[in-house]
Ligand binder design. Structure first.
Ligand code: SF4
Length: 400
């Protein structure tokens, strides 16, 4: 049990978030120039650092063609366009991992996303398949906020406080394989932003309390949808002894939320929604449930990335959409739906800084290394972690 207060650390990705915020648009520059923004990305051989966007384009296309069916490239919705155009599949993290598992003939899965996604792909893919993350430093600031040692400490502390009463751990997909395994090991489950409600319902039928990692906002928004009042929710601060709570507060809670957040989705504000409504009468506001409770409640609708793509794509021509999610996806939706007005609620163009780390130079490098018979930046999950993480993931599939 932690006895003192540790010094809070701010993940580097949080600091980096503002480095790529721009008042207008995002344009990929040679990697060397992007690295000058004082970021700590993986270094590459110098030739890749200086290549222009056009040269990288040609080299990626040529390498992809030569690798043929040995290769599948997965592109998360939040990736840059220069990456997405080479993706065999695009989607959210779970959909992409399922796609990877269904492409058994592909020996190499290049996951253009972040580290926890590549881990999940490794867990769900076949023994013969190798998962590659083009830039090894592409993490996720939210997943980084729940290191497994701290999660284990929290679990032990809570188990001691509530004794025999049943605790059910749920982790969001956006967490490390080790945290997923902890949930699998303790009769818990994984959820995505699409099926969080179903996972919470499943858990509430089995125990008195849910412990949710690592996004407090998705947890709070989901708890409220299921009728759990705010008074029965507490936030566990991993930097404080007993999460900064008293045993009485813990015993009175039905939902214990890990103090984590997404640095992209917490940028959205109620005031931005009010301004959008004033400027665009009839606008539909849809936001991601990683946004704060106030933003979710002020919006017309909320849902996963996949849901946002679906509702906006199926909307009638002429409709107007103010969207609260990552800018690369919003810009792409606007381009692919020219018959609608689509804009991001945040006027400052601010990509997910870790997704943004997959610069095309990294994709060119990993593919050309494969052509030379070298697998670089392979992501593997150890067998024990894999086994229990898979239990929690399969439980999710049965429930939802
Ligand atoms: S958008 Fe947020 S949760 Fe998603 S990868 Fe980026 S930091 Fe992580």
């Amino acid at each position: 049990m932690p006895t003192g207060t540790r010094v809070p650390t701010v993940p580097i990705t949080e600091l980096e978030q503002s480095e790529f915020c721009a008042p207008d648009s995002l344009q990929t520059r040679p990697l060397e120039e992007e690295l000058s923004a004082n970021v700590r990305w993986q270094r590459l051989p110098r030739s890749y650092m200086r290549m222009s966007a056009e040269e990288l384009d040609e080299r990626i296309a040529a390498a992809k063609a030569r690798l043929g069916t040995d290769l599948v490239i997965l592109g998360h919705h939040y990736q840059r366009d220069e990456i997405i155009k080479f993706a065999d599949f695009r989607g959210d993290s779970f959909k992409l991992s399922q796609q990877a598992a269904s492409r058994g003939e592909a020996r190499y899965i290049v996951f253009c996303g972040v580290h926890f996604m590549a881990e999940t792909a490794d867990i769900l893919s076949g023994e013969e398949q190798q998962v590659i993350l083009p830039n090894i430093t592409a993490g996720c600031s939210m997943a980084d906020m729940a290191p497994s040692d701290d999660v284990h400490d929290c679990w032990e502390d809570l188990s001691q406080v509530v004794g025999e009463e049943r605790l059910i751990p749920i982790t969001y997909m956006n967490s490390t394989a080790a945290v997923k395994a902890m949930c699998g090991h303790n009769e818990g489950i994984v959820c995505t932003s699409s099926n969080a409600e179903a996972a919470f319902r499943w858990a509430l039928q089995r125990g008195r309390r849910i412990v949710f990692f690592p996004d407090q906002h998705l947890g709070r928004n989901t708890g409220l949808k299921l009728g759990i009042p705010l008074e029965e929710m507490v936030v566990w601060n991993p930097f404080k002894s007993l999460g900064g709570l008293t045993p009485e507060r813990i015993r009175g809670a039905r939902l214990i939320l890990w103090q984590g957040h997404c640095s992209v989705h917490t940028r959205f504000r109620v005031q931005q929604i009010q301004q959008a409504r004033a400027r665009h009468p009839g606008v539909h506001i849809v936001v991601h449930p990683e946004c704060t409770m106030e933003v979710v409640q002020a919006a017309d609708d909320n849902g996963s990335t996949e849901k946002i793509v679906r509702v906006v794509s199926q909307a009638p021509p002429g409709s107007i959409w103010g969207i609260g999610t990552e800018i690369n996806l919003v810009n792409r939706l606007a381009r692919e739906n020219p018959d609608k007005t689509i804009f991001c609620l945040d006027p400052v163009v601010c990509p997910c800084s870790t997704m943004y780390r997959i610069h095309p130079a990294y994709l060119a490098w990993v593919l050309e290394e494969l052509l030379e018979g070298r697998v670089v930046n392979r992501i593997t999950v150890d067998p024990e972690t894999r086994r229990y993480a898979r239990v929690a993931l399969e439980r999710m599939l049965q429930v939802t």
